[in-house]
Design a protein around this ligand. Structure first.
Ligand code: AKB
Length: 324
């Protein structure tokens, strides 16, 4: 019998697409989506959904028992820019939800956990280029501090209690189905929307700010891959560096201009510039390549084609379609 999966934070940017992918792979009824708010129509109509507050351990436990869940994907989190505005709330959400899930696994109620970390675990003293798996960390954002602490907890629970927890340090994720919310890399999604709707975009980062990024399809593929790899291949139990592409606002704008020649960009850096400046520009993901054969598919060119094609369809379709 196919084991059941619980997604916590399913209505968010990654949660939506990961849930839909896992439903396609393992059967709609076997993937229980949960979030504090309802998600897109595609998410809500494709399988079971329950409202869940990820900071409530007993509520998570009740759902595990009700649906006989085995694997949990914990995606609920407050991202970098929002977390700077509400540090305590961000810490409580990001840490408590993880500790609840780790403890429920320790108690024998969960067999496998996926929990995302981020490039935000690195800080201004980390090497900027080809940032290695093991190096100086020292994050300077609340979000980064919570992700680094979370990584240490994951490794601790694995070594002390044998919890099978697997994690990836996601770069900025670019997608057209669901918008990101509250991140520093969000500009790389907004720019495509504005290119289509307004023909112009004002970027909150400087033109030459290089950051590691990835197309959603690759992020979902990496997540499915690490979760289906044999236990013994997962040699890193904190979180794996994961890399695909990197670019600056100026470079993505030039790529968009190839398809929309009249597109213009302006720059008005705000507090998010300091966050971006503290992060790596490129990431060395050789451990993921070696341990579970990670390989990305999308570069800036084919990602831009996909983004513009799908967003054009979305904006020029019926209101029902726009909600998908
Ligand atoms: C953010 O910008 O906060 C996130 C991340 C890099 O983890 N997209």
């Amino acid at each position: 019998m196919q084991k059941k999966i619980l997604i916590i934070g399913a209505s968010g940017q990654i949660g939506t697409e990961l849930t839909i992918k896992l439903r396609a792979l393992y059967g709609n009824d076997n993937v229980i989506a949960t979030d504090i708010r309802e998600g897109s129509k595609a998410l809500m109509l494709s399988g079971p959904f329950e409202i869940l507050n990820a900071t409530k351990k007993e509520a998570i436990k009740a759902l595990l028992l009700k649906h006989q869940i085995k694997d949990v994907y914990l995606l609920a989190a407050m991202l970098s820019a929002t977390a700077e505005k509400m540090p305590q709330k961000a810490w409580d959400l990001n840490m408590n939800s993880l500790l609840h899930v780790l403890n429920l696994a320790k108690e024998g109620l969960i067999s496998k956990i996926f929990w995302p970390s981020s490039i935000a675990v690195f800080g201004p003293n980390s090497p900027k280029k080809d940032t290695p798996q093991y190096t100086i960390m020292e994050p300077t954002t609340v979000y980064g501090i919570s992700k680094l602490a979370g990584e240490r907890w994951c490794e601790y629970y694995h070594h002390k209690f044998g919890v099978d927890v697997r994690s990836l340090r996601y770069p900025g994720i670019i997608s057209w189905k669901t918008n990101p919310g509250g991140g520093t890399t969000d500009y790389a999604v907004e720019i495509y929307h504005k290119a289509i709707t307004n023909g112009t975009y004002t970027c909150f980062l400087k033109e030459n700010t290089r950051l590691p990024m990835m197309f959603m399809e690759d992020a979902v593929a990496a997540t499915v891959q690490i979760m289906s790899t044999t236990k013994s291949s997962i040699r890193i139990r904190s979180s794996y560096n994961l890399s695909a592409i990197d670019f600056t606002p100026q470079e993505i704008a030039l790529e968009i201009k190839k398809h929309l020649p009249n597109f213009t960009i302006k720059y008005a850096p705000d507090f998010r510039q300091e966050i971006a400046d503290s992060w790596p520009q490129t990431i060395d993901d050789s451990h993921a390549k070696k341990d579970w054969h990670w390989k990305h598919n999308f570069d800036l060119q084919n990602m831009t084609i996909e983004m513009l094609k799908n967003l054009k369809l979305k904006y020029h379709s019926t209101p029902e379609m726009q909600n998908l």
